[in-house]
Design a protein around this ligand. Sequence first.
Ligand code: IMP
Ligand code: MG
Length: 179
Amino acid sequence: MKVLIDQEKIRLGITELGEKLNGQYGPEPITVVAIMTGSLVMLADLIRCLEMPLRISLIRASSYRGGTSAGDLHVEEIERLDIQDRDVLLIDDIFDTGKTLLEVSERLKILNPRSLKTAVFLNKQGTSRVQLKPDHSVFQIPNEFVVGYGLDYDDYYRNLPYVAVLEPSDLEQHHQASR
Ligand code: IMP
Ligand code: MG
């Protein structure tokens, strides 16, 4: 496995995003809406860098069906969110085609938040298929399939404290070990 972004770089990147958000939002309360399960680790680290009062809402979206190719997007639990007139920060693990962030953003807007901003941990270069751009990206990465820091392959590897590129030999090993 090839490490793309190590632990220290991640710590610095998240801290920097936190400081930026502290400056932009000021002392007003915000609601962080996090797309599970991929943004779990980013959520835990980022909120500890934020100084304003905040609430957290978790929603589930899955666009990948146990592999590295895209399937249909399913979004759950969005209708029950109480975000009317609130400043919402939507976070996700990675912006790839952008369809997840676009679809979730559209569905959040229907609930009339006061403002809606988006922040992603990773932004893949050259893969976007939508007009929307995330307001904040912690890291830009090349178009490779990555795991770790919340990102999964087949629901595994989310616990790696760094971001790594999954190579063919890793896939072979994975399929033998997780059977
Ligand atoms: P999008 O809708 O194509 O932007 O895909 C976003 C979702 O796809 C993310 O929330 C991830 O769950 C998943 N995804 C996209 N690229 C990767 C990757 O390189 N590794 C792991 N998951 C990925
Ligand atoms: Mg995922």
